[in-house]
Design a protein around this ligand. Structure first.
Ligand code: NAD
Length: 472
């Protein structure tokens, strides 16, 4: 669905009028184009707190950004550590001296805070971000790397947990379609930062801000990894893929190299075939709530050598307040949005049609995090999706299967086009980007979780909501 307000706000006359009225100007977001050669382009400044351990991986990852110029901040306590890490990573990092007057703009600000072990040491983040925040250019990227608070000693845990407040507030301050995100990494798992760093620095994360992901140990090695086609040789199945977010997920997974089986209900057969033919995929008609759906999906998967990735995207709304809701609305939403996913997962895991090393990616919603008037059924189902992800993650570690969820905010699809105008406009604007996201924004996040490079990430819930105020 098109956003007429955004189009007006970005015309020269409209921009002047809306700015004079102090109304939000939803910027045009930078999105990923397959022909781009560097995942981030422009000047990137990196810093670290003393004793931090992820900086070498940060610099080694940025070495792959062929159109980025790397700098560090002169005078930072860990300046020498950054230069030493640059030597190890084989990159050249110039010293930038902060100067309010110069016109220098950075595309990315990256800070390794893994060395922060108490609240006093949080000062290192002020020292880095205070002189640099105003120097972040449009569609800029801020990434902080910290330690997983739950796995730290008490003093360190308190300080590291503080980073979430910092990143969420920075996300709200930086404006101009810029984003800020946090990567929490376990001690010893620093090499696994490569995948989330790639994602959060690239245009693929255009509508993801204020999020914290947790990364643990894994055997993924970035050397020689094909970041342009990360899903080469993988087979994926996407439910609800005839239109909207599901169709975008199928397209992005195929673009990233996967063979994709797209599934939707028989009445959507025509649209489903179109999606399949556009991406060279396989159409599979079926209702995920049917009693034989799990075995049908498993059989289709086996025909193609088993699945590496399953994306539970199909979902419906049937909005009514609890008092006015017919029981069929309750039953339908719970069964499509969560019950069927539980049954399909159980089958695919039991018979091995989801291979070891596989990926389960679920689509939740910010309604499931914040609740929403008129959506008790939907919010219950989407919160239950989060429960499923968090409940299954640990058990699947032994098979190297990861399970994560995305929680979209307001995304421009037929589902949101059906919302009454005033509520729709409120949902669309109440976020740091003052606009709705596109289906591709959800799809990019799902492809990121699906990647072999994301082996160290499980049990995460990432909102794709432009930092919506709802449930923030
Ligand atoms: N659009 C948003 O703003 C938004 C926000 C948060 C979460 N979501 C979630 O994203 C997912 C996709 O949403 P969308 O906006 O693209 O919706 P959509 O209605 O455009 O597409 C959903 C697809 O799922 C299919 N589907 C429904 N029931 C099915 C069943 N029983 N078996 C197989 N397929 C079935 C539909 O036919 C449709 O093609 C849903 O899970 C939704 O809850 C969407």
């Amino acid at each position: 669905m098109s956003d007429v307000y955004q189009a007006i706000a970005n015309s020269s006359v409209g921009n002047k009028i809306l700015s004079s009225l102090n109304l939000p100007i939803p910027a045009i977001l930078d999105r990923y184009a397959p022909d781009q050669t560097s995942f981030i382009k422009g000047d990137v400044i990196v810093g670290a707190a003393p004793g931090s351990k992820a900086i070498t991986t940060v610099l080694a990852t940025l070495k792959g950004a062929t159109e980025a110029n790397l700098h560090t901040l002169a005078g930072l306590a860990a300046e020498a550590d950054v230069q030493k890490a640059a030597g190890t990573a084989g990159v050249s990092v110039s010293n930038y001296t902060a100067n309010k007057e110069d016109s220098q703009r950075f595309k990315g600000l990256v800070f390794d805070a893994t060395g922060v072990s108490n609240t006093a040491e949080l000062r290192a983040l002020y020292d880095f971000f205070h002189p640099l925040t105003r120097k972040l250019g449009s569609c800029g990227r801020v990434v902080i790397i910290g330690r997983i608070p739950e796995n730290c000693s008490l003093e360190q845990r308190i300080a590291q947990r503080g980073l979430e407040g910092l990143i969420k507030s920075l996300g709200k301050e930086i404006k101009k379609a810029s984003i800020a995100n946090l990567i929490y990494v376990d001690d010893g798992a620093e090499a696994q930062v490569a995948s989330p760093l790639h994602f959060f620095l690239s245009p693929k994360s255009a509508y993801v801000s204020g999020q914290a992901v947790r990364v643990g140990a894994a055997d993924f090695a970035a050397d020689g990894f094909n970041w342009k086609k990360p899903l080469t040789g993988k087979t994926a199945l996407v439910t609800g893929a005839a239109r909207g977010i599901g169709a975008a997920i199928a397209e992005v997974l195929a673009r990233d190299g996967a063979k994709v089986i797209v599934l939707d209900i028989p009445p959507m057969a025509e649209d489903l075939k179109k999606v399949a033919s556009q991406i060279g995929g396989i159409a599979l008609e079926g209702d995920i709530t049917a009693a034989d759906a799990p075995t049908k999906i498993s059989a289709a998967a086996m025909e193609h050598g088993g699945l590496d990735i399953i994306v539970h995207n199909a979902g419906v709304t049937r909005d009514k307040t609890m008092a006015g809701m017919p029981d069929k609305f309750w039953d339908m939403v719970i069964d499509i949005n969560i019950g069927s996913e539980e049954r399909i997962n159980a089958q695919l895991l039991k018979d091995g049609s989801l291979k070891d090393g596989g990926r389960i990616v679920c689509v939740s919603s910010i309604s499931g995090i914040a609740g929403n008037m008129g959506q008790t059924n939907y919010a219950t189902s989407k919160a239950a999706v989060i429960g499923m992800v968090q409940g299954m993650a640990a058990d699947l570690l032994g098979r190297n299967i990861t399970i994560n969820a995305v929680a979209p905010g307001f995304i421009e699809t037929q589902m949101t086009a059906a919302i009454p105008f005033t509520i729709r406009e409120a949902g669309r604007r109440m976020n740091s980007m003052s606009q709705g996201g596109q289906p591709v924004d959800v799809a990019e996040t799902i492809s990121f979780f699906s990647s072999p490079a994301s082996q160290g990430m499980t049990g995460n819930i990432v909102r794709v909501c432009g930092q919506s105020l709802i449930g923030a």
